[in-house]
Design a protein around this ligand. Structure first.
Ligand SMILES: [Mg+2]
Length: 387
């Protein structure tokens, strides 16, 4: 079997362009889908897939690991976020082909399901401007959470901590605490609440917020500072009473090594569409297992990334929970031939061959590329802030 073409299909889904990668073969009707979404770098990733395809046309798509090594090592320059995202999309598509050819779901090829169900968590939003500067009322967080509970979720993630100054004032911290208080009120103690700080905070500010949040028994506290500042993550981890999660912006097992060796977090969050695909997510998870750390793949992307993450989740013993998006665009499931049901608290093991999804290309073509909305965030004095 040979790869005959590698194509990208860009689908604009409001906040991000989903980059769907299709690997075609010389076997009639046999192709695979992957996802290489990387908002604000869409054209870079599309170009990178094109660059990699030159290397891969004519290769046997079933040699997933061999092709991974080729993509990683044969172009001399190591991959950063753009190349690793392109590689991730191709890797997912190769696993899809391998599963379809074998007539088995990808999680079977990865050793078979290690659990009966996979827990999912809902995202309450927080990427929009009104959330970034936290101008929404604290009660809105409770209302959003109630909607997730109605859907059957028992775990949610929110972003109630605004774009912060290097050191924050009590008024800003107390307002964020009010938001979490509203969520806990709506949730009771049986629901797990995660906070994503998006590295909007310095380590010192993350600790300022965290100390006042300690009574709310957070499930995790995500990206409390720049992900590459591993010693700072250690500092935050040791200062606060809840588990720290990070890793969505790290690519390749080598970037995760220091995080693990320094025990800088409790939960690692590789992204199957960035870290190097299903193949690399599995390796990072195995590395984390040797440190008794949990894994929860980051996934705010489209449906192919979601499907890939679910297969990894079912085949990984130290997997904690899966992030899903259900309501970013109302037509989310329309681009799939068969909808992927993730709008509730858990999913059963996938049973269809490959990743178990197929793209309705005519529907997807109705939402062509549009430039992502520019996010420009500043501190109160006009200097550049993280958002
Ligand atoms: Mg995050």
């Amino acid at each position: 079997m040979k790869i005959t073409a590698i194509k990208t299909l860009v689908v604009n889904a409001r906040m991000r362009n989903w980059i769907l990668v299709k690997v075609e073969t010389d076997q009639p009707g046999l192709y695979g889908w992957g996802e290489a979404t990387l908002e604000w770098k869409t054209k870079g990733v599309v170009g990178s897939v094109e660059d990699l395809s030159v290397l891969l046309i004519g290769q046997d798509p079933r040699r997933v690991e061999h092709i991974w090594q080729m993509m990683h090592r044969q172009y001399f320059w190591r991959g950063g976020i753009v190349t690793m995202t392109a590689m991730s999309g191709i890797d997912q598509a190769l696993w899809d082909i391998k599963g379809k050819e074998a007539g088995k779901p990808v999680c079977e090829l990865l050793g078979g399901p290690v659990r009966d169900t996979l827990r999912l968590y809902d995202h309450l939003g927080g990427g929009l401007m009104e959330d970034i500067y936290l101008t929404v009322e604290p009660e809105v967080f409770g209302e959003r959470l109630a909607v997730s509970l109605e859907k059957g979720f028992t775990a949610v993630k929110a972003m109630p901590i605004p774009v912060a100054e290097l050191i924050e004032s009590p008024a800003v911290i107390r307002r964020a605490v009010r938001c979490v208080e509203e969520m806990r009120k709506a949730a009771g103690d049986k629901v797990d609440i995660m906070l994503d700080l998006h590295a909007r905070t310095t380590p010192a500010a993350a600790i300022q917020f965290g100390r006042l949040l300690s009574e709310y028994n957070l499930y995790w506290y995500e990206e409390p500072c720049w992900p590459e500042h591993v010693d700072a993550l250690v500092e935050v981890s040791r200062a606060l009473p809840f588990p720290i999660a990070t890793g969505e912006r790290l690519v390749g097992r080598w970037q995760f090594r220091e995080l693990l060796e320094k025990r800088a977090c409790a939960i690692v969050q590789p992204d199957v569409s960035h870290c190097g695909g299903i193949s690399e997510a599995r390796r990072i998870a195995a590395m984390a297992e040797t440190y008794s750390l949990a894994v929860a793949c980051h996934n705010p992307q489209g449906p192919v990334s979601t499907a890939s993450s679910i297969h990894v989740g079912f085949a990984t013993p130290n997997y904690l929970i899966q992030e899903v998006v259900r309501a970013d665009v109302p037509w989310r499931n329309d681009i799939l031939i068969d909808p992927l049901d993730v709008a509730r608290g858990s999913v059963p093991p996938p049973t269809k061959p490959g990743l178990g999804i197929d793209i309705n290309e005519a529907e997807a073509a109705k939402h062509p590329f549009e430039p992502e909305v520019t996010m420009d965030c500043f501190h109160r004095d006009g200097s550049v802030a993280d958002w």
